[in-house]
Design a protein around this ligand. Structure first.
Ligand code: MN
Ligand code: MN
Length: 465
């Protein structure tokens, strides 16, 4: 065909084409994209566990004029409230001017836990010149990725007298770090033939924490005794106190710009703090028209279990309490509410092209990504948002010039994954997954695009408004 005139141009407009946000954005927006990334890096460097994220969020919320809410408190139009769930999860909400029986509540839910390595409750032992801590990993990790690099220890210990001690070692420049051994290649011939699951097995994920003996010739375990002496001096703890502790090992790296052009960010725990941060900034910046809520939960990485995970009654109770306080019918409110499950999705990676179906993959820097459904093999475990819900979101995004894309997680029958979406959907709330695409998800150092991060912020803010 030689004529490439008006008709063909129109035909182009009918196509769904993904575009690069950096390329499409004005110089001014690109400046905002890079500026927002700086604030985000500060956040993830400060918050490596759900407890640290919780504390940071509460501090920011207070700065933004939010006050603490307890079940049963009175609420009125214009209120900005937060409620903490056991120091590991926090919910912020604003009471708007609208009638929530008609409009429902706009909800964004993300999680602030991330894959990592937890200590066992009887962790400390010494063997042949090294003192170690035994671990049980948390969430879906490739175990071999966590060896031979600097690690930091974060968490809390509750002492016998009930006193809670916070621990964070390995983040400051002059802090010591911790370490998991790997085998030298010279002796790794057999190891290199193993299945990747067994290259490092779970009981080999032992953390090196010492190597200097206590000066006492009657002591049998001198390295362990010395570590215990240090722990007692620093934290007032004894070995038995590990039983009532939650201590986690995470990468000791800081988040950094990646690339000559600094377009990307490498960091630990983008999943899911890369959605938690823009949803938090979204609720801070939104005008008070709709009643809206920002839910930041724990335990997503192990199935949303327990009283701080999305399956807990805590989150449903907040909605119920708001309805009681505003004299609204909770069933009507939930039916009219909408929720964005703000969790990451996999970005398409040309290095592993065979696991993706490109038309339905998230392309890096093409914006925050909607997954109509998650799950695996025949949509199993998916809540699958309705066409109407997706349509409504499209309308909101179009009105607010949100740059976004759509995808599903990999080829059909290759694998899959889930989010908190289905636990919110089962409350009779229209819910859809919209989050930032990630490269090397669940690795100790994950990669995201600054454009997608900023696009998530604009999307969440538009939705809450
Ligand atoms: Mn996630
Ligand atoms: Mn995850």
């Amino acid at each position: 065909m030689e004529n490439t005139g008006v008709k063909n141009k129109e035909a182009e407009d009918f196509k769904y084409v993904k575009k690069n946000y950096f390329e499409y954005a004005s110089d001014e927006i690109n400046k905002d994209i890079y500026k927002f990334a700086e604030e985000y890096k500060f956040f993830i460097n400060e918050c490596k566990t759900e407890r640290e994220a919780n504390d940071y969020i509460v501090k920011q919320a207070i700065k933004e004029g939010f006050t603490e809410y307890s079940f049963g408190d009175k609420l009125k139009r214009g209120d900005k409230k937060f409620i903490v769930n056991r120091g590991k999860s926090v919910v912020l909400f604003k009471i708007g001017e609208n009638n929530i029986e008609n409009d429902g509540i706009r909800i964004i839910a993300s999680h602030i836990d991330a894959p990592r390595i937890d200590l066992k409750q009887v962790p400390l032992y010494e063997r042949d010149g090294l003192c170690f801590l035994k671990t049980h990993y948390y969430g879906g990790i490739k175990k071999y990725q966590w060896t031979a690099m600097p690690l930091a220890l974060h968490g809390v210990v509750v002492l016998k007298n009930g006193k809670k001690v916070n621990i964070s070692i390995g983040e400051k420049e002059d802090d010591p770090v911790f370490y998991i051994n790997d085998l030298l290649p010279h002796l790794g011939v057999k190891q290199m033939q193993l299945n990747a699951r067994e290259v490092i097995n779970a009981e080999q994920l032992n953390i090196v924490v010492g190597g200097f003996p206590l000066n006492n010739k009657d002591e049998k375990e001198k390295l362990k005794a010395n570590v215990l002496k240090i722990l007692n001096k620093k934290y007032g703890m004894v070995e038995e106190d590990f039983i009532s502790s939650e201590l986690s090992v995470v990468p000791a790296f800081k988040a950094k710009d990646v690339g000559f052009d600094r377009a990307l960010i490498g960091g630990y725990g983008h999943d899911d703090r890369v959605c938690a941060f823009p949803s938090l900034e979204g609720i801070f910046d939104v005008k008070n028209k709709n009643t809206c809520m920002c839910v930041l939960v724990d335990k997503e990485e192990i199935g949303s279990e327990g009283n701080t995970g999305m399956k807990s009654m805590f989150y449903e109770d907040i909605i119920t309490e708001i309805c009681i306080a505003l004299n609204a019918n909770v069933r009507k409110v939930r039916q009219k509410s909408m929720c964005i499950s703000a969790d990451v999705t996999s970005a398409y990676d040309s290095n592993f092209a065979d696991v993706f179906e490109k038309n339905n993959s998230a392309i890096l820097s093409c914006g925050v990504c909607m997954n109509k459904y998650t799950g695996a093999a025949g949509k199993s475990g998916a809540s699958d948002a309705s066409a109407e819900t997706v349509g409504k979101i499209r309308e909101i995004f179009a009105k607010n010039n949100v740059f976004w894309q759509t995808a599903e997680l990999g080829k059909v029958d290759i694998g899959g994954g889930g989010t908190v979406a289905k636990f919110i959907a089962q409350l009779n709330i229209d819910t859809v997954d919209i989050g930032v695409p990630v490269i090397s998800m669940h690795a100790p150092y994950e990669l995201i695009s600054k454009a997608d991060l900023y696009s998530a912020y604009t999307a969440y803010k538009a939705f809450l408004e």
